[in-house]
Design a binder for this molecule. Sequence first.
Ligand code: PEP
Ligand code: MG
Length: 608
Amino acid sequence: MLMERKSNMCKMHHHGKGIKTKKENVMLHGIGVSHGIGRGVLYRETTFVPVISREEIAPEGRPDQAQKYKNARQSAEEELQKLIDSLQAQGTDKAAIFAAHQEILLDEAMEEEILEAIGEGQSADSAVEDVYRAYAKRIARAKDSVIRERAKDLDDVRLRLLRNLQGVPDDLVPGTDGPCIAAAEEWLPSRIARLAAAGHVAGIVAEKGSATCHAAIVCEALGLPALFGVGEGLKEAPAGTRAILDAQAATLEVSPAEEQWREAGERVEQFRRAAAIARQYADRLAVTTDGRRVEICLNAGAVDLPPQSEVCDGVGLFRTEFLFMEQQHLPTEDEQYEAYAAVLRKMGGRPVILRTLDIGADKQLEYFPLPKEENPALGVRALRLCFDKPDLFRTQLRAAWRASAHGNLWLMFPMVGSLEDWRRAKQICLDVRRELEQQGAAVGRNVPIGAMIEIPSAALQADRLAAEADFASVGTNDLCQYLFAADRTNARVAAYAQSHSPVLMELLGRVAAAFEAQGKPLSVCGELGGDARAAAVLVGMGYKKLSMSPGNMPYVRQVICRSSMEELQSLARQVCAAATQGEAEELMQRFYQGVTRAPEEEAKCIHE
Ligand code: PEP
Ligand code: MG
């Protein structure tokens, strides 16, 4: 059955907010999945809702029901085969998801139970409904998140079977008069693939879902711009109206003004051309024209790493809290150990920076309620919470140290605000290692221990941290939030968090210089590291390692491969000397356009 990869978490801010900008023009926010921008008429998916007959079937009618079930299974299998063929023709490797659906469909144990239920007088649809739901329920209780994800596949197959049983065709595609943005409460992966195959879907949007659900993976694999987790506000967006989906900005603009609509059309075209070119850099090493090698690492949050993990230089940020957020209970030491060891093994010797637990503020665990605070982002979160709950921290550190025997582990603490924080965390970490060694456990040697630089007080004393820590990684998401006093979860202040501002860039430059002076490794793992325009500035400042969500990698590789260090350094100097964010952005944009050049010219260079 299904063993699918999940993409890492990204862009968790702007969750489910909606602000009215004009009377009829509404801007909705969500979690941007995949890349790009799509423009089209909003289509609202009405989900197939099966009506299940619970009447007992007389003995003479039962063979008919059994035959009905077998026919439905046969046509469902044919549908899946068509889907697989069309996905393979599009050159994605995601057909495996639907091959796994075929396996579910043909599962002998389930078939036996269904036929048995029919033999006892249940109708074919109620037998399918009951058996599939029972299996899904059992799987949904599994500890392993990968197995739990399969419950959704069972739901997908169940609905396919029931639809076939009830003779509802699989051709419910939106009207073919131009591109559409397809909206639903929640998407099934097969449905997205089906819509994409129909060829005129410009974007996918959903009230629910996250960046790691299977539906998101399918969108990313098909290159469909998507926005998930928009919330209930999406229900109010009327079908048939125009909408612009910008996955990068994580927004859906409903009923845009004529000018915005036209402009979006141009951006769609530009994006298409740029994406095709950037894709050619997908597995190239990021080396400047004069030989500076920049490590391109992955931001991940789940044990199932995306395909890009095979060609990147390591995991630059493993957000361990997602493991906690996926569960219904605090993961045990063994569960954590298994997860961390699995990631380390998969990365086979390439570095994996494991960030210790960062919960609190916008990352809450339902089963582990934290006391209410007036300002949770300034409260007991991340490392502070770990200090407050030593058992929680020590359990995670024990798991991490044990896992370190399986690969190249680097350990990192989030939200370090002072040298006291740093020293205290490091001491606990070393105590745990000693304890394990005394117990005879195998722990890795030479595990670098580092700090995240994401609180301004840490950035301002980067020299002190560089003297003591083995390495650091800059979390620009939080650094920006705290530097500009702009809550990253509040869409209304998003414009105040000036992530391209010369002030932030200057500070990042000083952090780079401090680590360079000590010869210690430094990276950026906030969103800025995956923002190709900003990445050029960062490399120019001396950053040699950038960590990002997988979709950003080709763009960042492209800009690095097309520039010289001298050009990047000059850009960094100019950006830091700019007066405003607007000026800095103009410089960055001009540079980016210059190095990525006109598509024809670029395409020629690549084919030379
Ligand atoms: C950051 O703050 O930039 C970061 C990488 O951590 P997170 O986004 O998980 O807070
Ligand atoms: Mg952070």
